[in-house]
Ligand binder design. Structure first.
Ligand code: FAD
Length: 412
């Protein structure tokens, strides 16, 4: 018996999570002609109340060629606009305990990584999705559950305490490290899943702008470097912001941070380990950040497969959280979208805007998603491990004579 054709209609995708990866996935699907609904649990980051909350934390990110080329692959002009807000960092600046420093270039041909403010990045992506005709964005809409076999999703509008259950053809889980979509997917997929909390936690500290002789704002350190104070079992790093400040992140074992349990103990420890950084941060600012900013843990997750039949996929941190020491978590999440787009392109007969849907599974979608799980997994495992290895490199190896000699040769 031939399956019954139903009238043509646009395919419906739901994307869960309007973080950078969810937004880029929504844009990619919209460009392919899908009708996209993007659900985000948090308020619109462009609202002043959300901005005020995000300003308490000023975390910035390093975006590399991997991430930029992923954005470029979906929309070239968008990548150009996006890069205007970034600060290029051509190398690492290693700060020794005695106050000496040395620059280690990332690339002898001048390739850089780029520092970008996380809040600006979110706003930027949200502007792009909001401007797309094929995307409807729902803020303060928290996904509670997904029924993949009935193809519907349960969403709570947290503003109005209303619950709805829209249907979908395709569901993208881009809802971060503690993904609800992943949890739901585990019920129907024989998914191997592994998670690990590392022994280290992190805390953000702000280094203010300094002033030049005419009273104008300037950076306290060279803005075109990622600054590292490696101290073997812990380290401090600093990335530049457009307003001439630096966001510093202190990484240390939980046990060490437990011991530093009063502002005075913390200040003395900081003075001993990072005297030159303290000079730029200032004691008052340091104590303020120590008492106001949270300590956060670092999780690493690995899983496989990433998809279900012809109808669901996990992208970004929902699929692979990694420790931040390689600066590739987001870059890799954006790359997920680029790879999925390539696989869609390779299914040449893949329909875009509208298609006669049948009650059968979509074999082309099934093939694309299955290829994604198969072909992407080894790369995701590799980058996850590189990220873990780079922690030892950043906090310890960069100070060893053999590493310094190798770097000097590289830069010749
Ligand atoms: P997220 O940014 O986590 O977005 C997920 C979104 O889903 C959120 O907006 C959330 O509110 C929403 N959501 C969650 N649950 C629900 C739900 N039930 N319903 C609806 N919405 C929901 N990466 C780099 O590439 N370079 C770096 O330099 C770098 N530095 C880092 C430094 C630190 C200290 C840390 C912790 C991470 C760093 N990363 C870096 C990693 C990077 O932050 C993540 O990989 C990236 O944010 C992942 O993006 P995402 O869109 O997948 O997830």
């Amino acid at each position: 018996m031939t399956p019954q054709a139903i009238p043509a209609r646009r395919r419906r995708a739901v994307v869960v999570g309007a973080g950078p990866v969810g937004c880029l996935a929504a844009l990619m699907l919209a460009k392919r002609g899908w009708e996209v609904s993007l659900y985000e649990a948090r308020p619109d980051p462009r609202l002043s109340s959300a901005k005020a909350a995000s300003q308490q934390r000023s975390i910035n990110l390093a975006i590399s060629h991997r991430g930029i080329s992923a954005i470029q692959a979906i929309d070239g002009s968008m990548a150009q606009r996006f890069m205007q807000t970034a600060i290029p960092m051509k190398g690492r600046m290693i700060h020794q305990l005695d106050g000496k420093w040395n620059s280690q270039l990332y690339d002898r041909d001048g390739q850089c990584i780029n520092s970008i403010d996380r809040a600006l990045l979110s706003e930027y992506f949200v502007n792009e999705v909001s401007a797309s005709e094929n995307i409807r964005v729902f803020f303060q809409h928290k996904v509670l559950a997904v029924d993949f076999d009935c193809r519907n999703i349960t969403i709570e509008d947290t503003n109005n305490a209303l619950t709805t259950t829209p249907s979908f053809d395709f569901c993208v889980g881009a809802d971060g490290s503690y993904s609800v979509v992943r949890r739901q997917l585990m019920r129907v997929v024989r998914m191997n899943y592994q998670q690990e909390y590392i022994k280290h936690e992190y805390m953000e500290l702000k280094m203010p702008a300094s002033q030049d002789d005419e009273g104008c704002m300037k950076f306290a350190l060279d803005p075109n470097h990622l600054h590292i104070w490696p101290r073997h079992s812990y380290m401090l790093i600093a990335l530049p912001n457009k307003d001439c400040t630096f966001t510093c992140t202190l990484f240390a074992p939980s046990e060490e941070l437990d011991r530093l349990n009063t502002p005075d103990i913390f200040l003395n420890w900081f003075r001993l380990n990072f005297p030159d950084a303290l000079q730029e941060i200032g004691e008052k600012n340091l104590i303020h950040d120590f008492t106001h900013n949270p300590r956060s843990s670092l999780i690493c997750t690995k899983l496989n497969p990433y998809h279900y039949k012809d109808r669901a996929i996990l992208l970004g941190d929902a699929a692979h959280s990694m420790v931040p020491f390689y600066g590739q978590g987001l870059n890799c999440g954006l790359e997920d979208v680029r790879i999925l787009n390539i696989l869609f392109n390779q299914e040449s007969a893949m329909s875009t805007a509208s298609e006669l849907l049948t009650d059968q599974e979509d074999e082309q979608m099934k093939r694309v998603l299955s290829r994604y799980s198969q072909e992407r997994h080894k790369d995701l495992l590799a980058i996850n491990e590189l990220a873990m290895d780079n922690y030892v490199e950043m906090r310890h190896l960069v100070t060893t004579p053999i590493y310094l000699a190798r770097k000097a040769l590289d830069n010749l």
